[in-house]
Design a protein around this ligand. Structure first.
Ligand SMILES: NC(=O)c1ccc[n+]([C@@H]2O[C@H](COP(=O)([O-])OP(=O)(O)OC[C@H]3O[C@@H](n4cnc5c(N)ncnc54)[C@H](O)[C@@H]3O)[C@@H](O)[C@H]2O)c1
Ligand SMILES: O=c1ccn([C@@H]2O[C@H](COP(=O)(O)OP(=O)(O)O[C@H]3O[C@H](CO)[C@@H](O)[C@H](O)[C@H]3O)[C@@H](O)[C@H]2O)c(=O)[nH]1
Length: 330
């Protein structure tokens, strides 16, 4: 048995690769075009195929050569405002290319397909915490590009007899607790990453986008899930599918939210550094609060998170950002 991890050189994919390698009994092959990923994020025993998920000849050859039985598909473009500026680019990268990959997987007899989806498929949820059964209503092209992929995957699995796991991630944060990988894209827009960069003096200030939301302090609430816990959720789903379990769609979060202002305070306290915070207007497209209804994955698959602690998540992110700065100075 061998797993193909697309986007395995990226932030979340590289944590999945470590989870597979740490589990110890698995051949792991990464397919990545290195558009936002880094070959150095991979342990040496993992084979990296540099290429595009939509290159059907390359993917067919890779799947057959390594006898891949499961694909974990992380490769995507992920920045919501970019998707608003370049919707056709996002539908190509996330929907059209995912269609090509699903087709190749189906044709080559892959048995299980795990897909990185997002809480963005819910849009501005009418119920908080959000259960998986809530009607999807994405409000930007990124969310729509992912929801279309969910639909394609479910239809193709029914027609071609493979099983799937769709994981809808909430806000992913933190880094490998052993410091082996983390979020390395320099222009990331995620709150915790940006705040640690401000704490390290790499940014002059942090902007808080909106303080007039109907929340406890006026800033947006998000459910921050630690990235190794998320990788472990994929491991649980992989084992479930390999054990003959049914296809499923699962939220991945902890079921509680922190406000932007609370996160900023934690970053200041944990880093021991002060930085300028500017209260700015709302960022277009931000829902006021998005928190996972997180019971299904715990109850049905027995997933037990180990890192549900915002202080620890921020400490990992800060340590990783600091190590990146040192790496770039060398
Ligand atoms: N980061 C989050 O908070 C978050 C939240 C919800 C969902 N997700 C999803 O998780 C997945 C991984 O996100 P990430 O944060 O690790 O992003 P990332 O940009 O760090 O990783 C994406 C990886 O895919 C590779 N890639 C992109 N297009 C490719 C292609 N056509 N062929 C081959 N490789 C390609 C990139 O080089 C990169 O290594 C994405 O599908 C994203 O939509 C992320
Ligand atoms: O410099 C910043 C960056 C962010 N925020 C706010 O912080 C919150 C979180 O923002 P961010 O970290 O950019 O994440 P989201 O916009 O919530 O989106 C993330 O989480 C979604 C799932 O909830 C995923 O679909 C997306 O891919 C992922 O980027 C939002 O209220 C932002 O307005 C700021 O105030 N200042």
């Amino acid at each position: 048995m061998a797993v193909l991890v697309t986007g395995g050189a990226g932030y979340i994919g590289s944590h999945m690769v470590l989870a597979l390698v740490d589990a110890g009994h698995e051949e792991v092959v990464v397919l990545d075009d290195l558009s936002t990923g880094f070959d150095w994020a991979l342990p040496p025993e993992v084979r990296l195929v540099v290429g595009d998920v939509a290159d059907q000849a390359l993917v067919t050859e890779t799947i057959l050569r390594h006898r891949i039985d499961a694909v974990a598909h992380f490769a995507a473009r992920i920045v919501v405002p970019d998707s608003v500026a370049d919707p056709l680019g996002y539908y190509l990268a996330n929907t059209v290319k995912t269609r090509a990959l699903i087709e190749t997987a189906a044709r080559t007899g892959v048995k299980h397909f795990i897909f990185s989806s997002t809480a963005a498929v819910y849009g501005e949820p009418t119920v908080v915490p959000v259960p998986e059964t809530l009607e999807t209503n994405p409000i930007n092209p990124y969310g729509r590009s992912k929801l279309m992929s969910e639909w394609m995957l479910a239809d193709a699995a029914a027609a071609h007899g493979f099983s799937y796991g769709i994981l809808r991630y909430f806000n992913v944060a933190g880094a490998d607790p052993r410091g082996r990988t983390g979020q390395s894209t320099p222009n990331a827009t995620h709150l915790i990453k940006v705040a640690t960069q401000a704490a390290l003096g790499q940014r002059s200030h942090l902007e808080v986008f909106g303080t007039d939301y109907p929340t406890r302090d006026g800033s947006c609430l998000r459910d921050y899930i630690q990235v190794s816990d998320l990788a472990e959720a994929h491991m649980v789903v992989l084992n479930h599918l390999r054990g003959g379990g049914e296809s499923l769609t699962l939220n991945c979060g902890y079921g509680r939210g922190y406000s932007v202002l609370e996160v900023v305070e934690v970053v200041k306290r944990i880093s021991g550094r002060d930085f300028e915070v500017r209260l700015s207007p709302r960022r277009p497209g931000d829902p006021a609060q998005i928190i996972a209804g997180a019971d299904r994955i715990r109850n049905e698959l027995g997933w037990v998170p180990k890192h549900d602690d915002l202080d620890a998540i921020v400490a990992q992110a800060f340590a990783w950002e600091d190590s990146l700065a040192k790496r770039n100075r060398r």
